[in-house]
Design a protein around this ligand. Sequence first.
Ligand SMILES: O=C(O)CCC(=O)C(=O)O
Ligand SMILES: [Fe+2]
Length: 293
Amino acid sequence: MATTATTARPSALDGFVDLDRYPLHYLDSPAGERLIDECRRQLAEDGCVVLKNFVPAESIERLQFETLRLSPRAHYNECETNPYNADGDPSLPPEHPINRFDDRTNGFVAGDCIAEDTVIRRIYADEGFQRFIARVVGIEEIHPYADPLADLVVNVLREGCQHPWHYDTNEFIVTMLTHKPDEGGHFEYVPGLRSPRSENFEGVQRVLDGDRCGVKSIELELGDLQIFFGRYSLHRVTPVKGERERHSVIFAYAERPGFVGRPERAQRIFGRMAPIHERMLGEGTQRSDGLAD
Ligand SMILES: O=C(O)CCC(=O)C(=O)O
Ligand SMILES: [Fe+2]
């Protein structure tokens, strides 16, 4: 039988992504347009979209095995952070969100440990996937990082690890759960709690004090792809309990080609630098987009 335009598939993702449900390489087809519209609608509505079973059942075992094998290489860093990943302010009262610090201890496996032929790197490198993400988040183009450590990362939460309530520095984050803990490790968020016009410190304080009203919790399954606008939606991952770790893959992209994170950040997150970071240190180069983090 002759292959038609919509059934011909680029081989790199074949079987690793449900391309019937998520036609990444036919975004201009009616099904592709519908998918993008629906994702954009959900993102506009509450800053989060989850593509269920993005990696189909037939590849879940392989996916899970990939990060299980990598997880012993995680570098753990311990820190106390407030929701803004910033310093406290002694002129404000202790209950103010800026002065509310909580433990953020978790592990990261750097991108240079993740081989080309893994499912996760195939997805990361795929141009159809990149175009899809760009369309969904409303950016003309996105580019893989030129940072060999921070481009594709496995975040490992072992027992007791969490991401406390915070806002992200990045506009959007693309993640995939690849290993589930026995208990805990739930992703929770409060859609649109702040805006470019208002920090809404009172609202943040209420959430930190345990107010659950407005908190959404999503039940992620292995192979679900999550796209999240974390700059305005306060969010956390609850502490992991039990021996089974929580693994999630972070697919990091930038609006411009050539992005490399700051050397100090590489040292803190991964416990080491790549040669490009060493060169940046030598040359006194700051982060390529001029942002603080
Ligand atoms: O792993 C996740 O699901 C999200 C973690 C997170 O919020 C972050 O890395 O900023
Ligand atoms: Fe975050």
